[in-house]
Design a protein around this ligand. Structure first.
Ligand code: BTN
Length: 276
């Protein structure tokens, strides 16, 4: 357990108590560790029955993982590194949209903390002014008689040391406290983690029953790619076009130079800068 005496330190009891009473029964356990390799990996190591509805947070990660086998810079003391295990009894054909659902939940929790102007770069990067604020790594734990298990990992830069960040992150980035008005600082990370869990737990229940249809409009309100010139690298080649929104299963629509449209369920997006 992380030291409860340290001002501002993550605290499992405070996080659990901060979760809305209506949602709390769905949360089985909150664990806060001082340092792990990766919270996703740590949670995945537990027996599957102990992963479900278990939120595992750490003050630091020595081997934080991002999408596409990238490293997630995870220094101690000021950020959120959170993994939530969940077992769905069943998932529909739009199950690939789950990372988008998590991105909507994270964005809405950040907005409730006072953040304005954040949006989602498909599939699930949270950006402010083209700078990365938060990332999401949803990993499947497999399917069994009891259902489909996943671990949703969320990393939020809350209070990042400028000095170490640039070289370690390797892309434009920001942190929550730099984006908030003074009246909203310092950020209480325990409250932020609780607000995040509120939204994730509600979102998972809703996704299981109603699929992506309950999130599509909310995603569209946060979509940073619609109408933007971009290229998508899908592992084989790079396709250029203009963002045409998402379809009903969360695939990215790209309007091609010949006027046709293609939908992609995976890929790395690069935004083209707008000429002045
Ligand atoms: C990305 O943007 O590439 C995804 C980053 C996900 C980082 C979070 S931090 C908590 C969890 N544990 C990890 O090792 N990764 C995720």
């Amino acid at each position: 357990m992380a030291d409860r005496g340290v001002a501002g330190a993550l605290n499992a009891e405070r996080i659990a108590e901060g979760v809305l009473p209506a949602v709390r029964p769905q949360l089985r356990r909150v664990t806060v560790l001082e340092q792990v390799g990766s919270t996703n990996t740590e949670l995945a190591r537990l027996p599957s029955a102990e992963q479900h509805a278990h939120a595992l947070l750490a003050e630091a990660q020595s081997a934080g993982r991002g999408r596409g086998a990238r490293h997630w810079h995870s220094p101690p003391g000021g950020n959120i590194y959170l993994s939530l295990g969940w077992r769905f009894r069943a998932l529909g054909p739009d199950r690939a949209a789950l990372p988008l659902v998590v991105a909507v939940a994270v964005s809405e929790a950040l907005a409730a903390a006072g953040l304005q102007g954040a949006g989602i770069k498909w599939p699930n990067d949270i950006l402010v002014d083209a700078r990365k604020l938060a990332g999401i790594l949803v990993e499947s734990q497999g399917r069994g008689a009891a259902g489909v298990s996943i671990i949703a990992g969320v990393g939020i830069n809350v209070r990042m040391n400028r000095a170490g960040g640039d070289a370690a992150i390797g892309q434009p980035w920001t942190d929550l406290e730099s984006c908030l008005p003074a009246s909203r600082r310092p950020v209480d990370r325990n409250r932020l983690a609780a607000a995040l869990l509120d939204r994730l737990l509600v979102a998972f229940e809703r996704f299981e029953h109603a699929g992506f249809s309950g999130f599509r409009a909310r995603y569209e309100a946060l979509d940073l790619l619609a109408g933007r010139a971009l290229s998508l690298e899908d592992g084989e080649r790079e396709v250029c076009g203009v963002g045409g929104g998402i379809d009903e299963t969360g695939r990215l629509r790209l309007v091609l130079p010949d006027g046709g449209t293609r939908a992609f369920h995976a890929g790395e997006v690069r935004l083209h800068s707008v000429a002045a």
